[in-house]
Design a protein around this ligand. Sequence first.
Ligand code: PLP
Length: 377
Amino acid sequence: MLMSPEITPGGYTPPERRLLGPGPSDISTRVLQALAKPTIGYLDPSFVGMMEELKALLRYSFQTRNALTFPVSGPGSAGMEMCFVNLVNPGDKVIVCRNGVFGGRMVENVERCGGIPVIVDDVWGTPVDPQKVADAFRQHPDACVLAFVHAETSTGALSDADTLCRIAREHDALTIVDTVTSLGGVPVLVDQWRADAVYSGSQKCLSCTPGLSPITFSERAVDTVKGRNRKSQSWFLDLNLLLGYWGETTRTYHHTAPTNSLYALHEALRVLQQEGLENAWARHRSNHLALKAGLAELGIEFVVAEDARLPQVNSIHIPGGLDDKQVRGALLQQHGIEIGAGLGALAGKIWRIGLMGYSSRVENVIACLNAMESVLM
Ligand code: PLP
């Protein structure tokens, strides 16, 4: 007898949810329908044409003219790793800013590449302090890369990418910038910042299915990758090999591209282009302000100071005497609303209400406030 598992009859149907956590965000029917279009070959001329549009749309989202701009087949963590494994060699000194969970992951990446991390710590919930970064460069003039997270999802703090990239350039260092949560929600201006290696995620303010990581490399970063005298430790993430598929001229097999997810990303980026970046940023801001006003009525306070607050990740203190898990459970079970828990040192102390991409809508703000009021009172 062959083994065969028992499966729910009728297949899996996910419950209806409002995704108001730190990602993934809600996905519009328009983008879900793009996902369901027939699969074609990833070297089909029609698909290759779509890839070119996808690259152009990503350049728009990142505000860059970088030729090397494409979606990595993997989640934001793959984009992060692609930057490190291609730009950090054993013995390289890398200044890493750590003001939350994801800065900590960058440190891990440097170590796994054999690099030497110089850690610049800031209190969780505050932005990266540019002065500390400048001091670190003065103490370590041989540092060749600066890595930081633009929008720290674990705390809801936004850092000043323009200033941080300028400091790195003054010391002739490359920059690796995490824009997983910022892209599409607040200005990400890659060319203006002159950032070198920037990665993001499909599932936050772009409101596409999880599992793709848009990435863009400056010419300087591409030259560094091409000039490597040792192979990157990762075969899958080695940019020198991937250029054959996503590059300008050739289209050769590297791995089987996730065609349908790429249709969905193409559509999600068309939605963003049609709305316009500036309108998308303004929408995130106005819905954040509406949420903020409602939370104030409930006596709930923000974790991050106003000038560094992300509109798409609203980190709030859990009011005294409330049980974190029980409240989040009630929001999910009684109201179909998912909000995020605190991570790491902030676990059990904060909640994170995400208003990202398609989730950033007035009706969601109202539903969230009503549900919180009924659960908290
Ligand atoms: N960087 C930041 C700032 C994130 O918020 C996340 C995910 O939440 C990641 C990296 C990792 O992305 P993923 O979970 O898609 O691998």
